[in-house]
Design a protein around this ligand. Sequence first.
Ligand SMILES: Nc1ncnc2c1ncn2[C@@H]1O[C@H](COP(=O)(O)OP(=O)(O)OP(=O)(O)O)[C@@H](O)[C@H]1O
Ligand code: SF4
Ligand SMILES: [Mg+2]
Length: 331
Amino acid sequence: MTSEAHGSIALSVDDLVVRFKRPRASDVQAISNVSISLPARSTLALIGESGSGKSTFARAVCGLVPSTMGRVQVAGVELQQGGMTARDAGAAGIQMVVQDSGGALNPRWPIWRIISEPYRLMQKRRGTELRTLAAKILDDIGLPAEFLDRYPHQLSGGQRQRVNIARALAAEPTIIALDEAVSALDLSVRNEILGLLSRLKQSRELTYLFITHDMGAVVQIATHVAVLYLGKLVENGPVREVVQQPKHPYTRALVGAVPTIGKPRAATVVAQGEADDAGAPPPGCRFHRRCPFVADVCRTTVPELTAYSGRQVACHRIQEIDDLLSEGGRT
Ligand SMILES: Nc1ncnc2c1ncn2[C@@H]1O[C@H](COP(=O)(O)OP(=O)(O)OP(=O)(O)O)[C@@H](O)[C@H]1O
Ligand code: SF4
Ligand SMILES: [Mg+2]
């Protein structure tokens, strides 16, 4: 995305590659030369099918998996790559909240201790000060003070997810990566947590990397959207463009089912077959075996991400496809 227009950059990722070794199988290049920047106070939704590399991207940025190559900068300051740890990322201002599986919180600790742990570790605070700080954050995330002495098993899924968010906030981040953070919640609780995230973003001037399969949540919360396909960025831009008027054939297929309110829909595309194995991605455009518009060049040459119609798209035939589909064609 063209971030200069939005002021300062919170997170800048340049040419990131993450490769995993697999026993008795080819390496997986889960993230393949991805470059992206998040303007300060934006919410970038990272979308793509299962296995496209969304979690790996977030985990690499948060220092939870080593990157093979590339650069990550937080507010212009470069983080050490390869050997970067979650602690380094935390110190630079990045925290991660994952889907509530019930296991992310220490079951033996009361909530006040869980929430205040980052203060103890990062700011060397001690004693009753920790409880006071926990009480303040608990209030911020909308839970009453009596929750301070409860344990994770006494909380509902939504309350636990609030505590996960509180714990991330205690580290005083500027960026929070939310990996399927509302996915396990029922609809009303999901909406409450999305509302909470929006309020916190305003009051604490946060930037979010928001990973989800839930296109409704993308429309509700995101300012920008990036689409991954087998570890490659295929489309990236403001949410209004990418979700309401998707251009890349894969994005059109992915967001095709999203209901829109009072806006004309871009023509959808039906992707053929299943995604290829990330360990052996096809040459050229990684989407070519499933794309109804495939041409010879797509089978041999990797399409570069280039500016097109208010966003970036990686597709050799983008103009032709756009012309064809805007004439009302539907494949
Ligand atoms: N630790 C690992 N070792 C080997 N391969 C891995 C590892 N973690 C992820 N992968 C592989 O990397 C690719 C990307 O996985 P990732 O979990 O990032 O996808 P995702 O987009 O988050 O999927 P989902 O929507 O299912 O959460 C997949 O092919 C996955 O099998
Ligand atoms: S580059 Fe070719 S195969 Fe890939 S999305 Fe575009 S038209 Fe389809
Ligand atoms: Mg994932």
